[in-house]
Structure formats: structure tokens, C-alpha cells
Design a protein around this ligand. Structure first.
Ligand SMILES: Cc1cc2nc3c(=O)[nH]c(=O)nc-3n(C[C@H](O)[C@H](O)[C@H](O)COP(=O)(O)OP(=O)(O)OC[C@H]3O[C@@H](n4cnc5c(N)ncnc54)[C@H](O)[C@@H]3O)c2cc1C
Length: 417
């Protein structure tokens, strides 16, 4: 029997009354969430969920928030790993990885982009070759968020140079703590160093850690990317610890400063629409008719983006698989971030460039201005989302491609390997 929102709220409240305490250890608490299924209620009941529709999750989270109960760390690549494993992983993958994703004990990274293949992701040249009874991986990845903190990586690698570009790829879970994996953090213009270049030199992967069939890497990677694009419209709360007194909150604050630290600037990357009205009132900019006009345009864009995201969620609840509509949401989120940065600039004027003590909101406004461009690049650029929307949503003619049917080794490219 399916449950309605009120029934779910009642059940959550009952369960929280019996189980929640701020004196618990963070991992101990999250294990309770895993066992009860209340941490990821939309996951399958046999894998730490409750088979509930995703539409009920906000109501569940609201009940948690009301009493300050912590949820699971639903951010970062770990959630993409979970979605990919639930869709394509073996039972061994589900048993080994899902619980530790819920507890936050394992950090994940996504080893997709390479110096020669970002938008053209299927052109990846990092190779995995079976030597004896193991995969041996050689190549270079770049832009790898969290790689310097990660235990596990989602790796897209070429396993067949003779097959076509897309069919020659396979998908693996790689242990990041091994001698063949070297990570080097890269400094960004906003002062954070959340992504890395990663050098793979004879790194090893056990055959069991292949996800999906050999040659199905592109299909598996598409699942990861679709979830990434959908998640892009909910970046605002990433990297923020809850305020509260008790050992469990202290542990969550440590988590935010350590494993979740690469995501600290993600709210600013999304443009911080939530700050606009307060800032406009505080500075008096609200009285300026030209700025009011821009605020109204931004809020319209923001609301329609939110409704687009809800529509995608509704489609998912009706059992439709994660589809290209994620690209609509991602593109909308990127437009909102750009428009928000513009309005923040109008409100704060030249002060928007200041950081440090006297700056608006302790440098938050300046951080927005140097972080929002990431929204139109990460997880696939705006142009790539437009290509996907035109071809797969609007059914427009496909871009001319010269490389889809040839063996990969015969395709001209700008890297030698
Ligand atoms: C904050 C951040 C975090 C990231 N984290 C990760 C991560 O964890 N793991 C990971 O693997 N990657 C990550 N990335 C990388 C990201 O996925 C790539 O930067 C992105 O896919 C673009 O690739 P590129 O940088 O190689 O640009 P390019 O592909 O070289 O693109 C350059 C320009 O050409 C345009 N272009 C390219 N092809 C086309 C086309 N066919 N049609 C129209 N225009 C085109 C692009 O839109 C862009 O403007 C991250 C990026 C950012 C900004």
C-alpha cells in the first residue's frame, strides 16, 4: 500500500522520537538511518531505503530539520557513485559501498575528464589493460573534484582501441590509495583547490570492480552524468554544516571542514539567490527601479528553473528513468547563477570585488563573482547541454560526426597515446 505524506510524516516523527539523540556518534546515527531506511527513503528497501517516491523526501527532511536531527551527507560525488551502483553495480558493489556512502565514511571522486577529452568525454584515452588477473591502468585525468580526499574513484577507461569510440570504453571503481595513483590539487581563481590532476601509472583494479559489462562504460557513465546534471539544481545547501549543540554536531562540523571542504564554495557557485532580497534591503538598492527590474527578472528565472526541476522529479516518480531533462535543469541553474551574479554586482557595486573584514558579507559576494562561472562548465558545459536538448529533447538534426563508426585507433586526435 502506498503511503501519503501525512502517514510518512507521522511515521518519521515516531521513529525520530525513539531514535534521535544529539549525543550519538555521527556514524552510529547514520547506521541507524541506513538500517531503518529513513536516510535514503527513495532507495530500494533491500538497499537501505524504503521504496518511497522521491517527492516525499522533502517532507521527511523537514521532519528531521524541525528537531535538528541530522540526515546523511547527500552531496558530492558519493551520491553519483550510489546512483550508478544502484543502477549498474553488482550485489558485491552494493554491499561493499552503499552503507559507507550513507555513513559518509568513504569519499568518492569521478575520474572522467582528461586533458584531451572534456566535452568530448567519449574520446578518453586513459587505458585499462588486463595483465594476469588484474586491470592495469595508465593515463591522466584532470578536474577531478575531491581526488585528494577520495578513497574510491569512478573511472572511465579505454579497454579496446579497435572498437568504436563509445564501445571501447569500460567503467571501473578504482582504489585511490595505491602507489599507481598520484593526485595533485589545482588552485582555482576563487582561492579554493577542490579539484586535481590525477596521474595513473600502472594503477591496479580487480576484475570484480568493473561496473557493467566490458565495453558498456559509456552507458554507465551516462547514468552518472544524468544524475550529476540533475543534482546541479540543488547545489545551494552543499558544504554547510547544521548549527547545533552536541557531540554529533561537532562531528558534522569536522566533516564539513575536512572531507566536505572541496564543496564549501558550491553555494556561491549557484549564485546565492537566497541572499538577494536581504542584500537589496540592507543596501537600499531595493529603492532603485532599474535594480528592482533586474531582481524581478532573476526571481522569474529562478522560479521557472525550480518548476522545471520539479517537473523532472515528477517524471522520475512516474517511473520514467533519469532522462535528458536533467540537461534542461542544469542549463537553467547555470542561467540563474549568471543572472544572480549580475544582480549581486548591481546591488553591491564596486564593493562586490572586496574580500576581508570590511567586504560585503565577509567576502561572500566576491566569492560568488569568482565562483559562478563553474556552473556553466562542471558536469558538461552549457553548449553541450544545448546540444543534448536539441538532439534528444527537441529531436533536431544531429551534429555532424565523423568519428562514431571507426575503430578508435584510426580517429585523428590531439594526444599521442
Ligand atoms: C567546478 C568543476 C568541477 C569539476 N569536477 C569534475 C570531476 O569531478 N570529474 C571530472 O571528470 N570532471 C570534472 N570537471 C570537468 C568538466 O566536466 C569539464 O570541464 C567539462 O566537461 C568541459 O570540458 P573541458 O574543460 O575539457 O572543455 P572543452 O571540452 O575543451 O570545451 C571548451 C569550449 O568548447 C565548447 N565546446 C566543446 N565541444 C563542443 C561542441 N560539440 N559543441 C559546442 N561547443 C563545444 C565548450 O562548451 C567550451 O566552451 C569539473 C569542472 C568544473 C568547472
Amino acid at each position: 500500500m502506498s503511503m501519503n505524506e501525512e502517514q510518512v510524516r507521522n511515521e518519521v516523527r515516531e521513529w525520530l522520537k525513539e531514535n534521535w539523540s544529539p549525543n550519538l556518534d555521527l556514524v552510529e546515527w547514520r547506521l541507524k538511518l541506513a538500517d531503518s531506511g529513513w536516510g535514503m527513503a527513495n532507495w530500494p528497501a533491500e538497499w537501505y531505503g524504503r521504496d518511497l517516491p522521491v517527492s516525499l523526501v522533502p517532507a521527511i527532511e523537514e521532519e528531521f530539520n524541525k528537531i535538528g536531527a541530522l540526515t546523511i551527507p547527500k552531496s558530492g560525488i558519493r551520491m553519483l557513485a550510489a546512483a550508478t551502483i544502484l543502477n549498474h553495480g553488482s550485489d558485491m558493489h552494493k554491499e561493499k559501498f552503499l552503507k559507507r556512502i550513507i555513513t559518509g565514511e568513504d569519499v568518492w571522486c569521478q575520474l572522467f575528464s582528461e586533458p584531451g577529452s572534456g566535452s568530448d568525454l567519449a574520446g578518453a584515452t586513459t587505458k585499462a589493460v588486463m595483465v594476469g588477473n588484474k586491470w592495469v591502468v595508465n593515463g591522466q585525468k584532470v578536474w577531478t573534484t575531491s581526488a585528494h580526499k577520495a578513497h574510491w574513484g569512478l573511472l572511465l577507461a579505454r579497454t579496446d582501441m579497435d572498437d568504436t569510440k563509445h564501445r571501447g570504453l569500460s567503467y571501473f571503481i578504482i582504489d585511490m590509495n595505491q602507489p599507481g595513483v598520484e593526485t595533485q590539487p589545482l588552485m582555482q581563481m576563487n582561492g579554493h583547490a577542490s579539484f586535481n590532476q590525477v596521474f595513473l601509472t600502472d594503477a591496479e583494479v580487480l576484475p570484480d570492480f568493473q561496473v557493467g559489462e566490458l565495453g558498456d562504460g559509456w552507458q554507465v557513465a551516462t547514468t552518472t552524468l544524468m544524475h550529476e546534471r540533475r543534482a546541479a539544481d540543488s547545489l545551494r545547501s552543499w558544504g554547510q554544516a547544521s548549527k547545533g549543540d552536541g557531540p554529533i554536531y561537532d562531528q558534522e562540523r569536522v566533516e564539513t571542514e575536512t572531507t566536505m571542504q572541496p564543496y564549501k564554495w558550491y553555494p556561491q557557485r549557484a549564485g546565492r539567490v537566497d541572499l538577494i532580497m536581504d542584500r537589496a534591503k540592507e543596501t537600499g538598492a531595493i529603492k532603485d527601479p532599474a535594480i528592482r527590474q533586474e531582481i524581478a527578472k532573476l526571481m522569474t528565472l529562478h522560479k521557472s528553473a525550480e518548476w522545471t526541476a520539479r517537473r523532472a522529479r515528477a517524471a522520475q516518480e512516474q517511473g520514467k528513468p533519469q532522462g535528458p531533462e536533467g540537461s534542461l535543469g542544469k542549463l537553467a541553474a547555470s542561467n540563474v547563477a549568471r543572472a544572480a551574479a549580475k544582480v549581486h554586482t548591481l546591488i553591491s557595486g564596486a564593493d562586490a570585488m572586496l574580500t576581508g573584514e570590511d567586504s560585503p558579507m565577509d567576502g561572500t559576494i566576491a566569492e560568488i563573482l569568482v565562483s559562478f562561472p563553474a556552473s556553466s562548465i562542471a558536469g558538461g558545459t552549457d553548449e553541450i547541454q544545448k546540444n543534448i536538448i536539441s538532439e534528444r529533447v527537441l529531436n533536431m538534426p544531429k551534429e555532424t560526426r565523423f568519428d562514431a563508426d571507426k575503430p578508435f585507433k584510426d580517429i585523428p586526435r590531439n594526444t599521442v597515446s
